[in-house]
Design a protein around this ligand. Structure first.
Ligand code: HEM
Ligand SMILES: *[C@@H]1O[C@H](CO)[C@@H](O)[C@H](O)[C@H]1NC(C)=O
Ligand SMILES: *[C@@H]1O[C@H](CO)[C@@H](O)[C@H](O)[C@H]1NC(C)=O
Ligand SMILES: *[C@@H]1O[C@H](CO)[C@@H](O)[C@H](O)[C@H]1NC(C)=O
Length: 417
């Protein structure tokens, strides 16, 4: 199957390109997210699942998806688009791909955290699992990844927990605006790119099993950093494209100031991610799509060229500080070249296509006859979401090149030497 776009979509892309020149609108009535009544904050109780994504945790805490943390693809898509302004393409990608990688009993329900208890999600006669059901927290390398904004890499985290936030990592981000007057604070893309560069060095220097798959290294790590500003920032007439102040960042990360006789300090309560009161979301007329991600990834690459030139795909091979780049040229047999990764939408394109082509490595371990149900579904539903990127088609990738990375093998439950 080739991921070849149809010519007609090039025209659509031109039209979209023109539309996005228009200034972003701000309409307080439609952009205010009402967190009263049925959408009041309700922290997770015993048995409620919360995981690595602060946005999904917050959606569950406010009842925009089920409070127990088990949601359907449609619920995830709808809430991501309507509450955060995520684009149709990325919302479907994350929900459909994430559900498949979460070891779902019916390929429709997903736990946003740890394994969904058996019986808590419907069975489907067409889906036979080879392992226990999982959740977003059990998707290491397949989806959840190293060098996260505020989560410790799985193979160096206490108890292998890469889903709960590290308050220390959060503080590294939070204090990047130290000393600035409140009305000037903005955790913008430039700040987040600096943080991403630092998080890459953290993994390089601390994690012998550091590994960035094509999907993570080219797309997901950068996308999650950008989303913090793009989808958490508060909109106003003055800042229609958003400004992310301290209280909003704290709230979406479940962190509060605690006042104690020894002074005030930051306290994190896992799972208490919260949409702040008087928060105005991204305009739904300007959703955050893969085209925006492409722009944000390129901006990050020009700010920190090493994010592409040294630390995009690949990992440590023999202890810390032994990073070897996984070359795009060899991975794709020359279809995508390292020297061309900054051209067009190649970062997003290769991240997506290689991610999709590598996904059977995981699917075959999770689903019986994966090539009859889950794999064709992904191949049918995901590529059409991204026709406007005009990606170069690719039939296959050289999976065996990934086997030099212990972090890759470990994620597949394979032995490492
Ligand atoms: C459509 C459903 C979504 C799914 C399945 C999903 C899944 C995930 C996963 C698996 C991670 C962990 C990645 C890592 O290892 O760092 C993550 C992180 C993240 N997601 Fe989501 N996500 C979704 C929607 C959103 C939305 C709408 C936002 C909007 C702000 C968002 C913002 C983030 C951020 C900021 C992180 C980084 C967390 C950190 O390390 O601090 N996600 N998401
Ligand atoms: C979709 O999201 C909106 C806004 O949160 C909500 O009012 C609506 O009930 C949701 N629809 C479904 C089918 O979940
Ligand atoms: C968002 O901006 C508006 C206008 O400046 C402000 O009134 C509101 O308090 C802000 N919300 C948050 C959560 O910062
Ligand atoms: C990863 O697994 C493959 C296949 O079992 C093996 O050939 C390779 O040596 C392993 N790589 C590492 C780094 O252990």
């Amino acid at each position: 199957m080739k991921l070849v776009p149809l010519g007609v979509f090039a025209v659509v892309q031109l039209l979209l390109g023109q539309a996005s020149v228009d200034a972003v609108e701000f309409d307080p009535q439609v952009q205010l997210v009402d967190v009263s009544g049925t959408h009041q904050f309700q922290p997770p109780g015993v048995g409620d699942l919360r995981g690595p994504c602060p946005a999904l945790n917050a959606l569950a805490n406010h009842g925009f998806i089920p409070h127990n943390g088990i949601a359907t693809i449609d619920e995830l898509v709808n809430a991501s688009m309507n509450v955060f302004g995520l684009g149709y393409d990325l919302a479907h990608l994350a929900s459909i791909y994430g559900t498949a990688m979460s070891v779902s009993t019916d390929l429709y329900h997903m736990s946003i955290g740890g394994p969904a208890p058996r019986g808590s999600t419907p069975a489907d006669a067409d889906v036979t699992l080879l392992v226990n059901p999982g959740g977003l927290s059990t998707t290491h390398v397949a989806f959840e990844h190293d060098s996260s904004v505020t989560r410790i890499d799985k193979y160096i985290a206490p108890d292998g927990d890469a889903s709960t936030m590290s308050l220390d990592l959060f503080k590294k981000l939070y204090y990047r605006q130290q000393g600035l007057p409140a009305d000037q604070v903005d955790y913008n893309l430039a700040i987040l790119n600096d943080h991403r560069m630092q998080r890459t060095f953290d993994s390089l220097h601390q994690n012998p099993n550091f590994f960035l798959s094509p999907f993570a290294g080219l797309m997901h790590v950068g996308a999650t950093h950008a989303l913090i500003w793009q989808c958490f920032a508060n909109r106003s007439a003055e800042y229609p494209e958003g400004r992310l102040n301290r209280e909003t960042l704290l709230s979406f990360y479940g962190v509060e100031w605690s006042h104690h006789f020894t002074g005030k300090h930051l306290v994190y309560t896992p799972g208490w991610e919260r949409i702040p009161a008087s928060w105005y979301r991204r305009a739904l007329s300007d959703p955050y799509t893969a085209l925006h991600t492409s722009d944000d990834l390129l901006a990050a690459a020009s700010q920190h060229p090493d994010l592409i030139d040294k630390y995009s795909m690949g990992g440590n091979v023999n202890g810390v500080d032994t990073f070897i780049v996984l070359e795009a040229d060899s991975l794709t047999n020359g279809v995508y070249k390292r020297s061309e990764l900054r051209n067009d939408h190649n970062l997003v394109c290769l991240g997506l296509i290689a991610g999709l082509l590598l996904s059977p490595e995981y699917l075959r371990e999770y689903y019986q006859d994966y090539e009859l149900n889950v794999w064709p579904t992904l191949m049918m539903r995901l590529p059409p979401l991204f026709t406007d990127l005009n990606c170069k088609g690719l039939d296959s990738v050289e999976e065996r090149l990934l086997e030099m990375y212990p972090g890759y093998n470990l994620s597949l439950g394979r032995d490492i030497w």
